[in-house]
Write a protein that binds this ligand. Structure first.
Ligand SMILES: Cc1cc2nc3c(=O)[nH]c(=O)nc-3n(C[C@H](O)[C@H](O)[C@H](O)COP(=O)(O)OP(=O)(O)OC[C@H]3O[C@@H](n4cnc5c(N)ncnc54)[C@H](O)[C@@H]3O)c2cc1C
Length: 487
């Protein structure tokens, strides 16, 4: 065993890399072991024919003003990761009933402008607008400490306090699903309010220049600058425990590493259930871990289609579209009839596109000169023998929003839900991690410290108040506080 590290981090997702950056900056000698040949886990990109393609489809809620900004500030690396933000000149757009509007998420819009969009796109009345205003005031002005009182309140119950027309409610639902990947009955109102308050008050949604991989690469540069050793292709197979302490980790190639501290970024459930000998896991802790949940929506299949176009055809940088049926009954029927049973997709009424990042309109370097890169998400079975039909189903829908687009497709790539496991190594292909649902947020969020003396967790499973990758980075900030104080 090699013994000269202060801490070994298992996994090079956003959580592990943020921890490596912060702890190595704090003077610790860090070794990070990542099983894939690339860094970033679920937040990564690859290259194909001059295009830089995100493995999955991401937008980022807080960027420089949130956990990424804080990691860069604390490590004196401001500007190491740069973000694009929507502006009036290059806004987000919203498709509703075939019409295109400015999206209320575009930065810098006044409340009056946002309310005009709700009136025009969703038929909001004065009463709806008054209710919406009251809801936004409540979210934006609630004291942080008071939000925790709503941790056990379902988001659906919180929303009922602000009666609005069906379409507005459905639009808010869609946003909540995008933020937390949890349905409104499971999602915790307290946690959602904290997440939404940051987004509303900071108004800083964005996308990394260089694509998703720019974030793990930037974090790795910071860590390496401060002496961290980062090894890819290093798959951990076993975490050895003796007398309630981790004594070392063994890799697939048989090599072993020891250190006074171990930090796992490979998921709470995965770490405990897959890597530690069952005889070293207390049965009540194992039961607790087994019951942690990624939420009901974690099992729903998605696909990420990446379209290489022969010219910049779509003028918008990010488009959202809104389902025709605000009760999403047609979405449910698509799920029941087609997605879950792996039938070929329906030929009518495709409508489930929620977010369309046109990556090369945000950063032109992501496509060769004169070409365009578009990321198109859609529902799909977990596994299918009809992938081409599913791609066509979603592309046909995009064609209705941007007629003529299909003629310009040079080629496409796609990732299915099962690809998530390849990137994360998790037990199931979940999107965010342990869900921000009632019973798993605030004081009930899985803690950073495991019951083993020198084993900590980092990653979205343990983060709070943020969305996806920023959840993972947030957990690293608190972990660094905890560890550096002792170190
Ligand atoms: C389709 C999709 C869309 C998403 N959209 C967004 C979005 O718009 N905005 C957003 O912020 N977030 C989004 N997310 C969520 C976000 O990507 C994750 O929450 C976040 O990246 C999780 O980071 P992490 O560090 O916790 O874990 P992971 O990214 O899962 O990283 C874990 C790392 O551990 C490594 N590992 C696993 N097992 C081993 C082992 N045995 N040995 C060594 N290494 C190992 C993995 O290879 C991986 O690199 C999305 C995710 C998906 C899949």
């Amino acid at each position: 065993m090699k013994n000269h590290y202060d801490a070994v981090i298992l996994g090079g997702g956003i959580g592990g890399l943020s921890a490596a950056a912060l702890l190595s900056h704090g003077g610790m000698k860090i070794l990070l072991l990542e099983r894939n040949e690339f860094l970033g886990g679920r937040c990564s990109s690859y290259e194909k024919q001059g295009f830089v393609i995100d493995s999955f489809i991401h937008m980022f809620g807080r960027c420089e003003k949130g956990p990424y900004g804080e990691v860069m500030k604390r490590t004196k690396s401001e500007g190491e990761i740069k973000f694009w933000h929507p502006t009036r000149e290059n806004p987000f757009v919203l498709f509703k009933d075939g019409r295109k509007f400015l999206s209320p998420m575009t930065a810098g819009l006044t409340r009056e402008e946002i309310e005009r969009i709700y009136r025009d796109a969703f038929g909001a009345t004065d009463a709806d607008i008054a209710s919406l205003r009251k809801m936004n005031d409540t979210i934006e002005q609630m004291k942080y400490a008071d939000t925790f009182e709503l941790d056990d309140t379902p988001m659906s119950a919180f929303l009922k306090r602000f009666p609005m027309n069906r379409e507005l409610v459905a639009y808010i639902n869609q946003q909540v699903i995008c933020l937390a990947v949890a349905n409104l009955k499971e999602a915790s109102a307290g946690e959602l309010i904290r997440m939404l308050a940051f987004c509303h008050n900071e108004d800083n949604v964005g996308y990394p220049m260089g694509g998703c991989r720019a974030i793990p690469e930037g974090l790795a540069r910071i860590a390496r600058k401060h002496g961290a050793e980062i090894r890819s292709g290093a798959r951990v197979e076993k975490i050895e425990i003796a007398k309630n302490r981790v004594t070392g980790v063994t890799l697939k190639d048989g090599s072993t590493f020891s250190a006074p501290l171990f930090i796992s970024n490979i998921g709470v459930k995965e770490t405990v259930l897959n890597f530690i000998d069952p005889s070293a896991v207390d049965s009540s802790y194992r039961d607790h871990v087994e019951n942690l949940s990624c939420g009901k929506l974690a099992g729903v299949g998605l696909m990420a289609i990446h379209l290489a176009l022969d010219k910049p055809f779509i003028p918008d940088s990010v488009a959202f579209s809104f389902p025709k049926d605000p009760n999403i009954s047609s979405l449910a029927s698509v799920l029941m009839e087609f997605v879950f049973q792996d039938q070929i997709p329906p030929t009518t009424d495709p409508m489930n596109l929620s977010l369309l990042p046109v990556a090369s309109n945000m950063d032109p370097a992501l496509a060769p000169k004169g070409k365009q890169l578009v990321h198109l998400p859609g529902m799909a079975p977990l596994e299918s023998t009809h992938w081409k039909d599913w791609v066509n189903y979603h592309v046909d829908y995009l064609e209705t929003l941007y007629p003529g687009l299909k003629k310009h497709i040079l080629w496409y790539d796609f990732g299915s839900t099962s690809m998530i496991n390849h990137h994360s190594g998790r037990l199931q292909p979940d999107i965010i991690g342990l869900a921000q649902i009632i019973g798993q947020v605030g004081k009930n969020r899985p803690p950073l410290k495991s019951p083993y003396e020198n084993l900590y967790f980092v990653g979205s499973d343990n983060g709070s108040d943020n969305i996806g990758t920023e959840l993972a980075a947030e957990s690293a900030l608190r972990l660094a506080d905890l560890i550096l104080k002792k170190h």
